[in-house]
Design a protein around this ligand. Sequence first.
Ligand code: HEM
Ligand SMILES: *[C@@H]1O[C@H](CO)[C@@H](O)[C@H](O)[C@H]1NC(C)=O
Ligand SMILES: *[C@@H]1O[C@H](CO)[C@@H](O)[C@H](O)[C@H]1NC(C)=O
Ligand SMILES: *[C@@H]1O[C@H](CO)[C@@H](O)[C@H](O)[C@H]1NC(C)=O
Length: 324
Amino acid sequence: MSPLVSLFLLHIVTASATQLHPGYYLRTCPKAEAIVRDVMKKAFTRDPRSLASIMRFQFHDCFVNGCDASLLLDDTPTMLGEKLSLSNINSLRSYEVIDEAKAALEKACPGVVSCADVIIMASRDAVALTGGPDWQVKLGRLDSLTASQEASDDVMPSPTSNATFLIDLFGKFDLSVKDLVALSGSHSIGKARCFSIMSRLYNQSSTGRPDPAFEPKFREKLNKLCPLDVDQNVTVGLDASPVVFDNQYFKDLVSRKGFLNSDQTLYTFPQTRGLVKQFSIDQGVFFKAFVEGMLKMGDLKVDQPGEVRKNCRVVNSHLPNIVT
Ligand code: HEM
Ligand SMILES: *[C@@H]1O[C@H](CO)[C@@H](O)[C@H](O)[C@H]1NC(C)=O
Ligand SMILES: *[C@@H]1O[C@H](CO)[C@@H](O)[C@H](O)[C@H]1NC(C)=O
Ligand SMILES: *[C@@H]1O[C@H](CO)[C@@H](O)[C@H](O)[C@H]1NC(C)=O
């Protein structure tokens, strides 16, 4: 075996052997969390929505083979990655903010902080910086060596999903009904495209009719923002206060002004309605449940080998300078 190959193999560790814990970088990169938060603050000044866009990465990364930054890999001639999957194409954005955080980390402590951990830190920061709770994250993840568009297509839920389907899906990840409802509260920040509600507005479940769960005036408003011939890339806030992380999202659901079908269904279906009501009344209870859900989602395991990528978009073996 050539020295180069054995050096490469040495760096491949089984991720499940790693124990996630707070303060993982205390000795190796003590400023890691401060560096990421600083980049997130700057991103907020440039484009407040980018924080929501980045927080969404945690969901789209962790649900697809665990939290391993597989989401961030660019396609290669031999690998179709996750960026162009059904849920991500023309939708996920602000990848450049992660690049910026990673570049700052590489400058401070080269080769130490994984991109998977950057996603976890940045998602927490997005919530904290928009008025939501702040919490301690567990760190020590590794980055995947590959990504799969198919794996993303197979698992990520459609905005037309109903509560029963979502309860089952989250259950497969050991996430409870409470986790589902709390984590859906992430839609307290950010925007969605008209594309994501066209069937709800004009042809719910192929009935040729709108979703009856809409509050009528709210639906009229959305009809104007998203007419049938609209450019479906036009975006609308996911709740009435899309830059502030608060429990407005749940108040909107109670008044039947939820945006996505997957949002409003949480109030329509009896299994989730009580939690929606509770979170709409008590923001503290929502925040606590949200943090618990984010921690559980951040624990989703990877059973494949990993590495600490130098560039979040490319595996190290594909970088021009493999030995540095
Ligand atoms: C419960 C199932 C979920 C479904 C079906 C769903 C679906 C969607 C859809 C369709 C959009 C808009 C995409 C577009 O129109 O381009 C969106 C946006 C968003 N989602 Fe979810 N989502 C779910 C759960 C989550 C979770 C668990 C999180 C994070 C913890 C999350 C965070 C976000 C954020 C922050 C945005 C706004 C992004 C931006 O403004 O760029 N979502 N989601
Ligand atoms: C919920 O969605 C699933 C999957 O699309 C469907 O099979 C089921 O009939 C729906 N349940 C209700 C009560 O509408
Ligand atoms: C609604 O969707 C169904 C199935 O895709 C389609 O056959 C039908 O023509 C649509 N109706 C309207 C009014 O667009
Ligand atoms: C949205 O914009 C993208 C790229 O700018 C384009 O490829 C796509 O077709 C548009 N999607 C819709 C639904 O109009």
